[in-house]
Design a protein around this ligand. Structure first.
Ligand code: 3PY
Length: 251
């Protein structure tokens, strides 16, 4: 089902105590705000998941930022999809460019992570996007299409319908540079057209496609007004409750 979603990605920020304070502030604001049908998600480090899930009300879903590509066993330092599910979390962010770049996250690994997430009833927020040189050399559409196809196009239409997509141009992540509203819409429309070709109009129309990359209260409205932008995956601005609310209420 296509939904409007604003999902925070805290990345590797906040001690447990700081995370509890921030989640409490976000929850208080969300509880007293009319959300106009927007689903709010907080993506925390693993150590916060249990506590944040206990603290937030029904209007907020909690996400992990990664999961293991194996079921269980001798994988020191890894956290499985089943463990994430057991904290009460509903979502898992997969394939973020920082994981692709720094932790060798390949499409092959992502296929396994997507499968384990779905088997455990988690909704993957599947990220992809081009680097600056790829955009400058006009390869950005091909790159995005391949990342989606390699990570997801083996799925049945039914399973694909459980995925949330997040287009995050790498040149806009942590740089303060945002894709213009027109650049975001152009890519999101291309993604939807790609989904129509693979899965048909109905599945494509029902897929939520989020924009990520330096989205903030000052540019969220313009981005979210686009027909094919269904919300945002928010980095830095999700670390401040009021800024995050400013984005949620931009719809
Ligand atoms: C950003 O906005 O910087 C992000 O990477 C969101 O995931």
């Amino acid at each position: 089902m296509r939904k409007k979603i604003v999902a925070g990605n805290w990345k590797m920020n906040n001690t447990l105590e700081e995370g509890i304070v921030l989640a409490g502030q976000i929850n208080d604001l969300v509880e007293k705000t009319e959300l106009n049908g927007v689903d709010v998600v907080i993506g925390t480090p693993f150590i916060h998941l249990t506590e944040v899930n206990k603290l937030v009300g029904d209007k907020i879903g909690v996400a992990a930022q990664n999961c293991a590509d194996e079921v269980s066993g001798a994988y020191t330092g890894e956290v499985s999809a089943a463990m994430i599910k057991s904290t009460g979390s509903k979502y898992v962010i997969l394939g973020h460019s920082e994981r692709r770049e720094y932790y060798g996250e390949t499409s092959e690994k992502l296929v396994k992570k997507v499968a384990l997430s779905l088997q455990n009833g988690l909704t993957p927020i599947f990220c992809f996007g081009e680097v600056l040189e790829e955009r400058q050399s006009e390869k950005h559409f091909d790159v995005v299409k391949s990342q989606i196809a390699e990570g997801l196009f083996h799925l049945s239409p039914e399973d694909f319908g459980k995925i949330v997509l997040a287009y995050e141009p790498v040149w806009a992540i942590g740089t303060g540079v945002t894709a213009s509203s027109a650049q975001a819409q152009e890519m999101h429309a291309f993604i939807r057209k790609t989904l129509v070709a693979k899965y048909g109009q109905e599945v494509a129309d029902n897929t939520s496609i989020l924009y990520g990359g330096s989205c903030k209260p000052s540019n969220a409205k313009e981005l979210f007004e686009n027909a094919d932008v269904d919300g945002g995956l928010i980095g830095g601005a999700s670390l401040n409750a009021e800024d995050f609310m400013g984005i949620i209420t931009a719809f």
